[in-house]
Design a protein around this ligand. Structure first.
Ligand SMILES: [Ca+2]
Length: 188
């Protein structure tokens, strides 16, 4: 009687342990899935939805975190499905008489175009980035992609003398100027 009682207690304990491990694994799986698909982005991000008329029946549209470039109803270009774009600006940031589209977005990975060979890039988690694309006749052509942004940017505007004025989530402003290949912080 006593032995079978101990056995059934052990069996019950074993079942509980198996269930606990199963729940932990499912929990880890859910957390990993959410992080991988960018479902844990900060709630201070302002997801804008708007569009710009470019003339010649062309337009750029930001909706549902995706940027699209249309001529009439023909889709010329659209952002990659992993990108979550919160805002875009159109300006000739490098002053070569051709407009660029500047995107503020969240994308998987902490590096942009390049990463130091001695560092292992994080290709799982989402980070905030700034991308600059040339506005071509029938597509957007990648020009420059930042690594993860630090400080983070909540608000972004075009400032005086073709600068970018960014505000972090606490409202602290920084001013950036395109110099040769990338943005450099300058005094406002
Ligand atoms: Ca330009």
């Amino acid at each position: 009687m006593g032995t079978s009682n101990i056995q059934s207690r052990r069996q019950l304990l074993a079942i509980k342990i198996v269930w606990a491990i199963l729940f932990i694994l499912i929990g880890i799986g859910i957390v990993f899935y959410c992080r991988y698909h960018g479902l844990f982005l900060p709630n201070w991000v302002i997801w804008e939805m708007n569009q710009s008329d470019l003339g010649n029946n062309k337009r750029i549209q930001l909706a549902n975190k995706k940027l699209s470039y249309y001529q009439d109803d023909t889709l010329l270009w659209e952002s990659e499905k992993d990108w979550k774009i919160s805002k875009y600006l159109i300006t000739d940031i490098d002053e070569d008489d051709q407009d660029e589209v500047i995107m503020l977005l969240w994308n998987r990975g902490d590096y942009g175009d390049y990463h130091p060979i001695w560092e292992k890039p994080d290709k799982i988690n989402y980070y905030e980035h700034l991308y600059v694309f040339n506005l071509e006749d029938n597509r957007l052509e990648r020009q420059w992609m930042s690594s993860r942004l630090l400080p983070l940017i909540k608000e972004l505007e075009i400032g005086k003398e073709n600068t970018l004025v960014a505000k972090d989530p606490e409202g602290v402003p920084t001013t950036w100027k395109w110099i040769t290949w990338g943005f450099t912080a300058i005094n406002p």
